[in-house]
Design a protein around this ligand. Structure first.
Ligand code: PBG
Length: 340
């Protein structure tokens, strides 16, 4: 085969000999694989799971295809499948049968989340990292992440007391990491002190350090049957602001966060990069329910290639700076990565 000389082709626009041709590194799948800077690993992925009290069979969620509200038994089975696929951790959300003003089911040792955590820790031991959503919204009749004062406003410091109690309940149930997601001021520090004073110095805190008030939580609220009327803008961050995220991050690091999270993920990749640059603890990001719903809806219509979009979204989140990604696709993607 003779070498191809573009100059000899008669094309007056041909690049001169010795020109840079970045496309050379994209020529074959093997070449692209060799030079890829970002690789997803099953161990990076954390699977969020929902467990509902008082149901006999799992309930599929309309707005989150493939995701279900689990029974205790189906939760354990799906958790085992995730662990077998190499998924790095599990984040558990409880859906109680009854709710009240103070979210008492959250701290009841026989509340659904605490029962589920105990079951999972019994069944899985230390084979995975077991995490819990530490928040009151799934348990309150008004659907807010905290308790309300006499005027119906979320009472920060009264809520902290409930979070401290919840952290201890989760620790006693066997959780490895609690995930405070309520965005109350001072929550990480209070939870750290409560855990330490109760002797749970090994239980860590995955702080939702940066959590924006987002339209992308819509399907999640179906998943936990949230009763929320209104919004969470008095405690979750405003999407217009970047500086506020760094302030929240610094506070959580100073208060003792073991890992920090940014949420949602894809619409906030700039924030994720900022956090990665400043944080001296591992950084996670949460690909939330609405991010999934957008991929699924567009995929179902044939408007995008769903499988490619799933991988592209996760790769982008990792490239932006997330070492760990919470995603409803965790088991599916882990299996794909393992070639199963
Ligand atoms: C609060 C919590 C929410 C999510 C995780 N933890 C909902 C909210 O803040 O309104 C959303 C997760 C998702 O949308 O996938 N307990």
């Amino acid at each position: 085969m003779s070498p191809r000389h573009s100059a000899a082709s008669g094309n007056p626009w041909a690049l001169p000999a010795g020109s840079a041709r970045p496309r050379r590194l994209r020529t074959t799948p093997a070449m692209r694989r060799l030079v890829a800077e970002t690789r997803l690993n099953p161990a990076d992925l954390v699977l969020p799971m929902f467990v509902k009290e008082g149901i006999d069979a799992p309930v599929p969620l309309q707005s989150m295809p493939g995701v279900e509200q689990h029974t205790l038994d189906s939760l354990v089975k799906a958790a085992r499948e995730a662990v077998d696929a190499g998924v790095g951790g599990l984040m558990i959300f409880g859906v109680p049968a009854q709710r009240d003003e103070t979210g008492s089911g959250a701290t009841d040792p026989d509340g659904i989340l605490n029962i589920a955590l105990r079951r999972l820790r019994d069944e899985l031991g230390d084979d995975t990292v077991l995490m819990s959503d530490l928040c009151l919204d799934e348990f309150t009749s008004h659907g807010h992440c905290g308790v309300l004062d006499s005027q119906g406003r979320v009472d920060n410091d009264a809520t902290l007391q409930r979070y401290a109690e919840m952290a201890i309940a989760h620790a006693e149930a066997g959780v490895h990491l609690v995930g405070p997601s309520g965005m109350m001021d001072g929550q990480v520090g209070v939870i750290r002190r409560a855990l330490d004073e109760a002797g749970h110095t090994d239980v860590g805190i995955l702080a939702y350090a940066v959590k924006y008030a987002s339209a992308a939580y819509g399907p999640f609220r179906e998943a936990v049957e949230s009763a929320l009327d209104g919004d969470r803008r008095t405690y979750q961050q405003d999407s217009a602001n970047r500086t506020d995220a760094l302030r929240e991050l610094r506070l959580d690091l100073a208060e003792g966060a073991d890992l920090v999270m940014v949420k949602p993920a894809l619409p906030y990749l700039d924030i994720l990069r900022d956090v990665r640059e400043v944080s001296d603890v591992p950084v996670a990001a949460y690909q939330v329910s609405g991010e999934m719903a957008m991929i699924e809806a567009a995929g179902a219509n044939g408007w995008i290639d769903r499988d490619a979009m799933v991988l592209e979204s996760l790769t982008s989140i990792k490239r932006a700076g997330a070492q760990i990604i919470l995603t409803y696709y965790a088991t599916e993607v882990a299996r794909h990565l393992q070639g199963a």
